[in-house]
Design a protein around this ligand. Sequence first.
Ligand code: PMP
Length: 465
Amino acid sequence: MSTPTTHDTASWQAADAAHFLHPFTDFQQLAQKGSRIITKADNLYLTDSEGNRLFDAMSGLWCVNVGYGQQSLIDAAAHQMKELPFYNSFFQTTTPPAVELAQLLAEVTPPQFQHVFYAGSGSEGNDTVVRMVRRYWDLQGQPERQVIISRWNGYHGSTMAGASLGGMKYMHAQGGLPIPGITHIDQPHWLEHGAGMTRDAFGLKAAGWLEQKILEVGPDKVAAFIGEPVQGAGGVIVPPATYWPEIQRICDKYNILLVSDEVICGFGRTGNWFGCETMGTKPDLMTFAKGVTSGYIPLGGVMVGDRVAKALIEQGGEFEHGYTYSGHPVACAVAIANIKLIQSLKLVERVRDETGPYLAAQFAKLNDHPLIGETQTCGLMASMQLVKAKDRGDGHPAMFDSALEVGMLCRGHCFANGLVMRAVGDRMIIAPPLVMTIAQVDELMGLIHKCLDLTLGDVRARGWV
Ligand code: PMP
């Protein structure tokens, strides 16, 4: 297949199908259907190769926190590319952007974090977490502390360690995962596991599963617990308020490291700089990526809390781990511009005080819609569960048969009506850019209502409700 010379949709689709294996994709199915080609974006809006305009309520892939087209990030990249496009940080060298970003990250993260280890992505960050946690316990003279506990339906990336930490069973089924020393507990998802309980009581029960698992594995064998403050890819599942404080208590009780995967929740998404602040935990390690550069260029890493940093620095000797792009100067320069923009636009405060509460109020109203069984919001991330009936008799909604793929039906209406909203099963989710205005929340809600009504029409016509 030759490189297309004309930029029409059909030729891009043909070349795409011939050469590009997309992530998490059924290649044959996509080749038959043809990819959607996104050609431009500005603020919250995407343009595709057919000239359609789409409201991007997913911030690309949970990352474009400052919205598209921000000149200061573009300038930072161009300037750094001219100045020094690359140098490594392996052999006792460093670069100004990597140092300045480390300093800035120490400022915006909670006080226990004074050190950063850079990676290229969230997955690489979580691979770093696994190696660092195990190294820490080696240095403590407790090398038998190897086991990391995470959660079913959590998402921590797609590398061997990231996918193992994650609780997506369909990922484990390909490639012999999880790797040894990783074990899972159930998620704090009230709709799935909390029938007959108040949310708060359920939160304590779900956190108790961690204690049970620790006792089952043996407290002297457990190294760490990792979780997303709000599960993102799993369906924007906001845990009950009682959950995280109880998790913290259990980690403290058994002297287990707490790792907060902030790849989605970091950099303002939840209405604080980091999700752990919203949930009231004090993690030892924090994985970040996505929002650190608003996705303009790849960057990830791990914030290393004092307890672990002290051991690594004072006792550790050489830590045998790192990536070519650890501290990539262009990525770091973009991250600096991004963080400064978040600060100058007061985006965290806006999400916390204005757009977050306004979105929450609008989402609460969706509960009046016949298709909606639950809505949840946290800052500028939100979910709504499409259900067959609001009450199956015990206060819990009745779900659709998953084979009907009602979520995909709804997602189809969204695309056709200029809205990017994601479906996780029958849970519709959004995580719009943090620059979203109140007027844009209204615009978004109008689109959501329209797509829900169209979906309701379909499921009624098909006799599914
Ligand atoms: N952790 C979380 C919580 C994520 O949501 C993701 C990506 N969606 C990752 C890790 C992996 O990040 P990446 O895709 O950059 O490797």
